[in-house]
Ligand binder design. Structure first.
Ligand SMILES: Cc1cc2nc3c(=O)[nH]c(=O)nc-3n(C[C@H](O)[C@H](O)[C@H](O)COP(=O)(O)OP(=O)(O)OC[C@H]3O[C@@H](n4cnc5c(N)ncnc54)[C@H](O)[C@@H]3O)c2cc1C
Length: 364
């Protein structure tokens, strides 16, 4: 690996790894409190993220409170949805009770980029965390620049908001990592038609489906649908099974598939085994395991990113350790996230079964 020349920078108060909603929320709070912050992301921004891009009740509140109203450019068509429809068997629907009248329908690439730009932090995309170690007074990180050359960054604290497959978490606690089980998810972006109202987000829980759940929604010209594969099942037959089901029950007619994307999702929140970090390195968002039932994770990313930042600010002021402060602040979030999954287990009987399967054809 090359060593980058003349990249030395004076130490930062906080280095944030990952420019998703958790990283942006942490950065915004820290900058507002006068901290010198660097956010890095390994991808070129705006970056694609496997996500339905639904901003629901609490995420809307946190967004408006901390960032203000998002610009039109982050929305797709239809920009507002009327609700979430659950189908238990074929055409029978129940609407999920929501507090807000509408759901924001955004492109995550544009939405996340807007969020992190709002933070006012120094931002370097195409910069990847490679490794780090902690000292008594701070964190030393080796970062790879876009050419792959390594350079050092020193900071008093680091916040790992590097998503579900977090390198920060893995490096802090390899033993914890070994206990995680992963489910595979894929979703297709199609030019297609279906006999469903595009003003809703749909979830299908028919016991005859092999997916532990199947979802469907619309963005601009795309009909998007995806599956979470049940434990031990390969993703492709599960996906085909849901495709057939949507055709039989709702008349899904696919002209062409523009793109297939996929990712792995951990079982951390299912068991309530969140990881908040160690010493001067805090974890927030999906890196810490925060993701609510049905895959709603933007609210907890915004909430816990902010909490981690508050903890760092208070630690400086009070002399108490940041991790201890963060643990107290995040306790309710942990309870609420765990409960959200418990409450939905009857809808998803296959969830929680252990699977280490990898998506067979997914990318992204
Ligand atoms: C199929 C699917 C659909 C979903 N739909 C919704 C939805 O509709 N609504 C909702 O609220 N939630 C949804 N979620 C959940 C939501 O996408 C996540 O919970 C949310 O993105 C977590 O935010 P985050 O900031 O913690 O991490 P992320 O958004 O994953 O951001 C992590 C960032 O870290 C960067 N990174 C990773 N490693 C490194 C490294 N070594 N160095 C530098 N940068 C690095 C990545 O490039 C990435 O930009 C969905 C999830 C899935 C899988």
């Amino acid at each position: 690996m090359k060593i980058a020349q003349e990249k030395k920078t004076s130490p930062y108060d906080v280095l944030i790894i990952g420019a998703g909603p958790a990283g942006a929320a942490a950065a915004r709070t820290l900058v507002k409190n006068g901290r010198r912050v660097l956010v890095i992301d390994k991808k070129s921004l705006p970056r694609y993220k496997v996500c339905s891009g639904m901003i629901l009740d609490r995420a809307q509140d946190l967004l408006l409170e901390r960032f203000g109203a998002p610009p039109e450019t982050v929305f797709c068509r239809p920009s507002m949805l009327n609700g979430v429809r659950l189908s238990m068997s074929g055409v029978t629907f129940a609407d999920l009770p929501l507090k807000k009248k509408t759901i924001y329908n955004v492109w995550r690439s544009e939405f996340d980029h807007w969020l992190v730009m709002q933070s006012g932090a120094e931002l370097r995309d195409e910069h990847r965390l490679i490794r780090f170690h902690q000292t008594e007074t701070g964190v030393h990180a080796d970062i790879a620049d876009p050419d792959g050359a390594l350079f050092p960054i020193d900071a008093s604290y680091m916040i790992g908001t590097d998503g579900g497959k977090s390198l920060v978490r893995r490096s802090l606690d390899p033993a914890f990592e070994k206990k995680i089980h992963w489910s595979s998810f894929v979703q297709d972006y199609c030019y297609a038609a279906i006999d469903l109202d595009p003003a809703y987000y749909y979830m299908f829980f028919d016991p005859s489906l092999s997916a532990f759940y199947t979802w469907l929604h619309f963005k601009d010209d795309f009909l998007i649908y995806g599956v979470g594969a049940a434990a031990g099942r390969p993703i492709d037959p599960t996906f085909r099974d849901s495709t057939r089901y949507l055709g039989d029950h709702f008349g899904l007619r696919i002209d062409s598939v523009k793109r297939r994307t996929g990712c792995m999702v951990s079982d951390i929140p299912l068991h309530g085994r969140f990881h908040l970090g160690a010493n001067r390195v805090l974890l927030a968002g999906e890196a810490a395991g925060f993701m609510n039932v049905f895959g709603e994770g933007i609210s907890s990313a915004l909430a816990t990113g902010h909490m981690a930042a508050v903890a760092v600010c208070r630690a400086g002021e009070s002399g108490q350790g940041a991790l201890a402060i963060y643990s107290n602040l995040a306790e309710d979030e942990k309870q609420a996230t765990f409960k959200s999954w418990e409450s939905a287990k009857t809808l998803m009987p296959r969830i929680g079964a252990e699977s280490d399967g990898k998506p067979e054809t997914a990318s992204g």
